[in-house]
Design a protein around this ligand. Structure first.
Ligand code: NAG
Length: 398
């Protein structure tokens, strides 16, 4: 996952060569398909795949090659370009590639770019020289301007291997430019939305596929004892697909699992209060991190993104379901990094921006919705499991 479709033709100085190569590629692929399939009838099922992947009649390839040949377009950096507009108006070959992404079947595979990134580019110069460095990791915070000093302190704990993306829930974005790093950050603004609302809309796995790890963090985390690069090294060393830094025990601590252990680098299992865990390897004793400061590998995020519901914006209950998105046994792939740890400062922020509802204070009304969402999410998940299993059962309907 993630690294497919990276084999698009490499851009060279002579782009005419690309065009011709692509066309020859199609023609060659087709010819190979034809000649072999007539010689080895027994392999027909394999070969029909080769042939059908383009499905272009021979006459069409000849026509197209001849037409391109007549144009004599030149696209060359040193000698300039000639006649490129003519290439834009040739009669197109018929293309129907079923292995392309859905909706893009009419495009030649060499031009299809199914994934993107958040790299900032220049408006001038050669695109291949835009980026001095490609950040390997993506750090996102959902923020209000009031927390700027906390975020400023946090950002300084991450090297330039991390791209920074801020989701603003209070509409204040340009004021952040008081910090130098903000000018190289990406700012997304939508009022009074939650972290998971933004994540679902702006962190589609195909958009963030350039990043090996993705941090989806709250704004009220104290990072004095944390370093981004060291954290990543430990995540890689211990093969964790979903992780979080240990939490300093304070009044914000809900679960034993995420409490920092002073005597180790990392832990993946813990003991909860008696009766809380049906199995020592299942949540909340293991295979579990909180939704406050999770870090996802690219592969795990691709799964988790699909599980996020558009309308359940608080993400409650997601923590217990994360184990569905890693290789089993999940308790080996989900863990807490103890030696790079954070403090949950429990600053009421977005939670105070709700509205009074049904006689409840704004804060209470938000809390109530969190709990309702947890129940709804759990119900949907359970129903989905049941429906899936019923379909697997012969005559299982009803
Ligand atoms: C493309 O091929 C698929 C089958 O592979 C077919 O169902 C579809 O109708 C074709 N589309 C066009 C525009 O020919």
């Amino acid at each position: 996952m993630g690294i497919m479709q990276r084999s698009a033709p490499k851009r060279s100085n002579n782009s005419t060569r690309i065009v011709i190569t692509a066309i020859m590629g199609i023609a060659f692929g087709f010819l190979v398909g034809i000649s072999i399939s007539s010689a080895h009838l027994t392999k027909i099922s394999l070969l029909s795949g080769v042939k059908n992947s383009f499905g272009i009649p021979m006459s069409e390839i000849e026509r197209y090659s001849a037409e391109i040949g007549r144009i004599r377009a030149v696209i060359d950096e040193s000698s300039g370009t000639k006649n490129i507009e003519a290439l834009g108006s040739v009669r197109l070959p018929k293309i129907n590639v079923s292995s392309n992404p859905r909706g893009a079947e009419s495009l030649p595979p060499g031009i299809v770019v199914p994934e993107s990134d958040l790299y900032l580019r220049r408006l001038w110069g050669d695109p291949s020289e835009d980026l001095k460095k490609k950040p390997k990791y993506l750090l996102t915070f959902t923020v209000g301007y009031d927390q700027r000093h906390n975020i400023d302190a946090a950002v300084k704990k991450f090297s330039d291997d991390f791209a920074i993306l801020l989701f603003h829930y209070d509409g204040r974005t340009s004021e952040w430019d008081q910090f130098e790093w903000s000018k190289n950050a990406i700012h997304v603004s939508a009022r009074k939305q939650t972290k998971w609302w933004y994540a679902k809309r702006f962190l589609h796995p195909d958009i963030v596929s350039a990043y090996e790890y993705i941090f989806i963090w709250d704004e009220d985390l104290g990072v004095e004892h944390f370093n981004g690069d060291k954290y990543i090294n430990l995540v890689i060393k211990h093969g964790l697909d979903i992780s979080q830094p240990g939490l300093e025990p304070n009044n914000g601590l809900t679960w034993e699992m995420t409490k920092r252990r002073g005597d180790r680098e990392v832990h993946t299992v813990t003991e909860e209060k008696p009766g809380w865990c049906s199995d020592p390897h299942l949540p909340p004793c293991a295979a579990f991190v909180e939704i406050m400061a999770p870090v996802f590998s690219r592969e795990a995020w691709r799964c988790v993104w699909h599980m996020i519901q558009n309308d359940l914006v608080h993400g409650w209950g997601l923590d217990f379901a994360l184990r569905r998105c890693v290789q089993q046994p999940a308790y080996e792939k989900i863990g807490v990094i103890d030696s790079q740890w954070i403090v949950h400062q429990v600053i009421p922020s977005l939670g105070n921006q709700g509205e009074a509802d049904n006689g409840k204070s704004p804060r209470e009304a938000v809390k109530t919705r969190c709990r309702t969402e947890w129940a709804q999410f759990q119900a949907r998940l359970t129903v989905a499991d049941k429906m899936y299993l019923q379909e697997l059962t012969p005559n299982g309907k009803g």
